[in-house]
Design a protein around this ligand. Structure first.
Ligand SMILES: *[C@@H]1O[C@H](CO)[C@@H](O)[C@H](O)[C@H]1NC(C)=O
Ligand SMILES: *[C@@H]1O[C@H](CO)[C@@H](O)[C@H](O)[C@H]1NC(C)=O
Ligand SMILES: *[C@@H]1O[C@H](CO)[C@@H](O)[C@H](O)[C@H]1NC(C)=O
Ligand SMILES: *[C@@H]1O[C@H](CO)[C@@H](O)[C@H](O)[C@H]1NC(C)=O
Length: 224
């Protein structure tokens, strides 16, 4: 029992002394936390921009070390990140190649600048499936063709359109084009873009018309 008490007292003292002489790294440090996301299979670079000269860098994921650079020599990469990550010593950012689902997690960048000040940034990385192939839906509304491009994705996408390989100004998911301004044999292409992923699909404008031939419901009765 005595031994046990001594041990507890000893541990308490050690802890107090530790905190007196080694102020906690989070005390006084500037802590930022950002939600970031990358696309499965793409390369992802954390959006870090450090202007000061960097003396030391440590990246961790869920508290396990990813990469470490001690101001000189080579960067050390830890096992599951070896050969698939790159630390940019000049700006502190880290690139992960060929993103996998299990790369999602909480990453921390801890660096020391030339003034020996520590700074910690936290990033919560989510890995998203890439957008699906887009689908174009087209129909007629009054004097206009109405085209709508749809793709499954968890974030807003950028859309752009071409008519017979000429880009048009509208950069929206749904566009209205006067019937008169486009030829019936033209084709429309919708492009979606997100990060490094771009996909497209096309449709012939004849498909906008109910009979699929560019005629509206005009029926001729020919009497013999
Ligand atoms: C990712 O980076 C590697 C190495 O720099 C490169 O070969 C590859 O093409 C990149 N992948 C994509 C999807 O950009
Ligand atoms: C950091 O530097 C690398 C290599 O020069 C560059 O590819 C990367 O985009 C930079 N990171 C940022 C956030 O600017
Ligand atoms: C820590 O980094 C942030 C953003 O990069 C910056 O605004 C801040 O001034 C830095 N703090 C210190 C103590 O260097
Ligand atoms: C016409 O297209 C619009 C936009 O894609 C759609 O909401 C609507 O249901 C379509 N109408 C018909 C009759 O297909």
């Amino acid at each position: 029992v005595f031994c046990n008490k001594m041990l507890r007292w000893f541990l308490l003292m050690i802890t107090i002394i530790y905190f007196i002489f080694f102020p906690t790294p989070w005390a006084g440090a500037h802590i930022r936390c950002d939600d970031v996301f990358g696309i499965l299979g793409e390369n992802f670079t954390f959006p870090v921009k450090i202007d000061q000269r960097i003396m030391e860098i440590i990246w961790t994921k869920n508290k396990d070390k990813v990469a470490e650079w001690e101001g000189q020599g080579e960067t050390t990469y830890f096992p599951s990140f070896q050969y698939r990550s790159l630390l940019h010593k000049e700006n502190g950012s880290l690139t992960l190649f060929n993103l996998e689902d299990n790369d999602a997690g909480t990453y921390m960048l801890d660096y020391m600048d030339s003034g020996k000040k520590n700074n910690v940034s936290t990033f919560i990385l989510s890995v998203l499936a890439p957008p699906s192939e887009p689908e174009i839906n087209c129909n007629i509304s009054g004097d206009n063709l109405v085209l709508k491009c749809t793709a499954d994705f968890q974030k807003p996408l950028n859309y752009f359109w071409k008519f017979s390989d000429k880009a048009i100004a509208h950069q929206t998911q749904e566009i209205f084009i006067p019937k008169k301004s486009v030829g019936i044999s033209e084709k429309a292409t919708c492009f979606i873009k997100f990060s490094q992923t771009e996909k497209s699909s096309e449709i012939f404008l004849t498909q906008c018309y109910p009979d699929g031939k560019g005629n509206e419901w005009v029926r001729l009765c020919v009497q013999v």
